[in-house]
Structures are given as structure tokens and as C-alpha cells.
Design a protein around this ligand. Sequence first.
Ligand SMILES: Cc1ncc(COP(=O)(O)O)c(C=O)c1O
Length: 222
Amino acid sequence: MHPERRAQLTAWARDTGALIVEDDYDAEYRFGSRPIAPLRSRAGDCVAYVGTTSKVLAPDLRLGWLLVPAHMAAAVSAEHSVAHALPSVINQAAFATLLESGDFDRHLRRTRAIYRARRAAVLASVISRVPLRITGGAAGLHLMAWLPPQASECDVVAKANLVGVAVDGLRGACAVKRDLRPALVVGYGAISEAAIPAAISALIDVVSNASPTTPRLVAGER
Ligand SMILES: Cc1ncc(COP(=O)(O)O)c(C=O)c1O
């Protein structure tokens, strides 16, 4: 979000007494040129900041954190204990040890380089084969690959799975599906860099066969 827009958002929250929930789930893997400071760092009075270990360690850990404005802390803590949403104490202790020892920072530095290389491999493989507009690659472990408007997302996902390429469709990830253009959510968190060119090539074959007209490469955010 543009800095001016961010300032407008926090001004609006302060004026109206609203709470902004900042879901910074992919903060640790940013591949854009400039890291963006969270809204929370400038507007701690009106932002609840949410983080997770799902991308940096593993989703099955079910560990996360929530920083709320100070005046809400007691109420949120009380609600939380009623909900019994308590992650494993052993996992929490292990994560605390990782943080305190500096191993977590070392892990992030190592994995950032790995994911940056995988992301570059996906983009290079797409560019070398033409189609698919790619966006959303500035952060996280996924890219969005926009299909030609006439393509059936469901069909492409099913056929890709049949040739051994596991991708998700955008529809399943969106609550509001009206006017949604067909797209794939292409993750590179669980594939080796060496396997990427063949996987993308197989995916592009599926897309090309699924579309009556050859899709064009459209310049997009990388
Ligand atoms: C938008 C968004 N927020 C948060 C998360 C992390 O969720 P959780 O910590 O429940 O795994 C994800 C995971 O993919 C996500 O896509």
C-alpha cells in the first residue's frame, strides 16, 4: 500500500475508532526492493498486528502472535483463555529457544536465499515459455499466475494435478468470488529449485491445451 494510503487508513481508524487488523503473515519473506515497515510500528494505538510461524517454520506448528493496542490487551487475553486456543506449550518453548539462541535469524537468512532462488527459477521458467501473467511475487512463498479469461480454472487445476503439478485455483482462496478472473496460486515453498523448470513447463502445457487461443505474455508486477 502506498505510504499516503497507509497514512489515510490510520487517520481514518483514529477518527472513527476502528481497529485495523494487520495480517503480516509473509513479512519475513519479502523479495521487493524495499522492505515495508508494518503499520503497527507507526500506529500501535489502532492496529492489531498478527504474525505466524506457518511460512517460516511449518503450518502444523499452529503458532502465531497477536499484538493489540495496550488498552485492549486485558480483554483480548481474557477472550483468548475462554476460547482455549492454546498452542502446544512444548512448541512454544522450542520456538522461544530458537528466538533466544539466534538460530531463528540464521534460519531466516538461509531460507530467504533459498526461496529467492526458487522464485527466480519460477519466473525464469515462465518467461522462457511465454504465457501466464504473473503477479503477487513481492512477498511470501506464492505467485499468482493469471489464466486467459476463457480458461477454466477448475479444469486447469485438475489437469495440472494429473501431470503431477500441485497448484491451487484462486477461487478457493477468495471469500468473494464474483467477477473473479481465473488464476492459479503457484507455491514454491515445497519444491526444489532443480524441479521447478520441468514443473512450470508441464503447467504451461496444461494451460496452453486448456485455452483455445494462445495466451499472450502481459507485462505485470514481478
Ligand atoms: C492471508 C493469510 N494470512 C495468514 C496465514 C497464516 O495462517 P495460519 O497462521 O493460520 O497458518 C495465511 C496462510 O497461508 C494466509 O494466506
